[in-house]
Ligand binder design. Structure first.
Ligand code: FAD
Length: 339
């Protein structure tokens, strides 16, 4: 039988917010065990956009998402967190003494004194466009719903479809990597950041990418199940078939809350309702931070999740030690942080 893991706070989700919560908990001498359904830490940053630059982390004018995850792992290392990766937390039970027992898909059992749900979007799947033969070219045969490593597209001809941040950001980035980038968008204006849309327009005017508006990719063609061409059809019915090595439809993710929805917590629109004083949920001892929670004015941004993690840990400390008084100290007071 697998050993039972015992800890102070079990953090569900190793995204940036779950990882930073380990740091904040460590400052309060609370031990953490982190569980994630994905095989690596980093959440959306590792899984969806590891090589995308992020510009709104305080103190970093620009940092690649993957580097931010590496830095967070370094920052929490002194607190010796433990991890269960590649397993999803399926259910949990609150015991009479106020502590919790959690169980994963693979039967790992975690006993803890407080639970922090940092489950982000939950288990997420890409939104797929209605295109003929899409499934035939999935699984490394030419259709990619995420850009895990831009190097995969070096010197290749790619067609990106979409009008949001992801499509714009990757068009801008891959313009310097791929041999040919075509961005196909069904409308004439973009949903993504105006600045990114402007960069795309400038690249198009400079002849570095091709921008095809009011159009959709409608058909995929290939031999031996390897993608070779796509047909782009304009809203006016005119169609053009062009050679490609890869088709990258970036229409966002469909959030699937997964088992978190069955844990009897107050939810709205598939997000966990929290009290912004300490990010506690409707079940005492259970907290929700990062993209998984909601409250008036919620912004799904990494820096907001970091703030939530700090307040959550103060709340968890009071829940675990109701009789202990905690005085806030700065990290520099006792030298470098350690457990
Ligand atoms: P996530 O990163 O989603 O991590 C949650 C983790 O929980 C996942 O790894 C998931 O597998 C795990 N999980 C869920 N349910 C379970 C379960 N039951 N058991 C075990 N594990 C579970 N934000 C910015 O601030 N700046 C940006 O520039 C920026 N750019 C972005 C670009 C793109 C393309 C996208 C998609 C998002 C961007 N964001 C950006 C948003 C940012 O990525 C999110 O706000 C951030 O990832 C939220 O972190 P999180 O830790 O709450 O959740």
């Amino acid at each position: 039988m697998a050993a039972v893991i015992s800890t102070d706070i079990c953090i569900i989700g190793a995204g940036p917010v779950g990882l930073f919560a380990v740091f904040e908990a460590g400052l309060l001498k609370l031990r953490c065990h982190v569980v994630d359904a994905l095989p690596q830490p980093g959440g959306q940053l590792s899984e969806i956009y590891p090589k995308k630059p992020i510009y709104d982390i305080p103190g970093y004018p620009e940092i690649l998402a993957g580097d931010l995850v590496d830095n967070l792992m370094k920052q929490i290392a002194p607190f010796h967190p433990t991890f269960t990766l590649g397993e999803r937390v399926e259910r949990f039970a609150k015991l009479d003494d106020g502590s919790f027992q959690l169980y994963t898909t693979d039967g790992t059992e975690i006993q803890c004194r407080a639970v922090a749900i940092a489950g982000g979007l939950g288990s997420f799947e890409p939104r797929k466009p209605a295109v003929d033969s899409l499934e035939r070219f999935e699984g490394g045969r030419g259709v990619h719903y995420m850009v895990r490593d831009p190097e995969h597209f070096r010197d290749k001809k790619i067609v990106i479809a979409g009008g949001g941040d992801s499509a714009l950001d990757w068009t801008n980035f891959l313009a310097n990597v791929a041999s040919e980038v075509t961005l196909v968008h069904r409308g004439t204006t973009f949903r993504g950041a105006a600045d990114s849309a402007e960069k795309v327009q400038k690249l198009h005017e400079a002849g570095k990418i091709k921008l095809v508006l009011s159009s959709n990719v409608t058909h995929l063609h290939g031999d031996d199940e390897l993608l070779q061409q796509v047909t782009i059809t304009g809203n006016n019915g005119q169609a053009e078939t062009v050679p490609v090595d890869a088709f990258v439809p970036l229409f966002g993710l469909t959030p699937k809350l997964g088992p978190i929805g069955d844990w009897n917590l107050d939810l709205t629109d598939d997000a966990v309702l929290v009290n912004t004083e300490d990010y506690s949920t409707s079940l005492p001892g259970v907290y929700a931070i990062g993209d998984i929670n909601t409250y008036p004015g919620k912004l799904k941004l990494i820096l907001c999740g970091f703030h939530e993690a700090a307040l959550m840990c103060q709340g968890a400390f009071k829940y675990i030690y109701p009789d202990k008084k905690y005085t806030l100290k700065y990290t520099t007071v006792n030298g470098a942080p350690s457990m």
